[in-house]
Design a protein around this ligand. Sequence first.
Ligand code: HPA
Length: 235
Amino acid sequence: MSTPHIEAAAGAFAETVLLPGDPLRARHIAQTFLQQVEQVTAVRNMLGFTGFYKGQRVSVMGSGMGIPSSAIYATELLRHYAVKRLLRVGTCGGVAADIALGDIVLALGASTDSRYNRLQFADQDFAATADFGLLRRVVTTGERLRVPLRVGGIFSADNFYGDDLGQVARLQRHGILGIEMESAGLYGLAAREGAQALSILSVSDHLQRAEKMSTSDREQGLDRMTALVLESLLD
Ligand code: HPA
C-alpha cells in the first residue's frame, strides 16, 4: 500500500507516531530509543520508523517544516495508516520574557497567521487546542520525573523570515510562550480526523534576546524531551 507521500505496508505504523520536523532526527530517535526498529518509508527521504519502547509499539517519522508539509504527512498517517495519536517533538523560538533556552513547552493552544484551518472552517476562527488526555499524560510524567514543563499558548507562523517588527511584542502581550511553524495545523487536522495531537517543544533560541543554543545542547535537549514523551505513553 502507498499514499502519494508514504510508501509503507498497511499496518506498518503504530497507532502513536512521534513527528520531529527533521527526518534524520526521526532516525536518531528510532536508533536511540526504540527496539526492533524497522524503517517503513523513505519517500523524498522523509524517513519513518516503527519499533518498540519498553514493549509499547510506537512509530517516528519526519514531517518537514511548516504546516503545508507536516499536514501532508499527518493527513496520510491518520487517513490511510490508522494512526490515532500524533506527538510533534520539535523546537520553538522563545517569545515570553521568562522562557529560557532548553525549557520544554507543551502547546496547550496554537494561534497562527496560517489560513490552513480557516480553509476548512468557513473562514472562521478555529480554536486549535491540544488533546487533553495526551497533555495530562505528559504533565503527570513530567511531575513524576521532576522535569519542569511550561504549558501555554504558542504561535505557528507561516514565515520564518518575516519582517513584522511588532510581532514579538504582540505575541508577548497575548501570553504566547514560543513560536514554531506546525502545531496550529496539526491540532486542526487532528480535530477534523477524530485523532489526538500534542506538540512538545524545546526552546532552541529566543526571539527577543537573540540567544541560540549550540547544536549539541539542542540535541541533548531534544533527547531529554523525547525520553519524557516516550515515558508518558506507557500505560
Ligand atoms: N521561528 C519559527 N520557528 C522556530 C523558531 C523561530 O524563531 N525557532 C525554532 N522554530
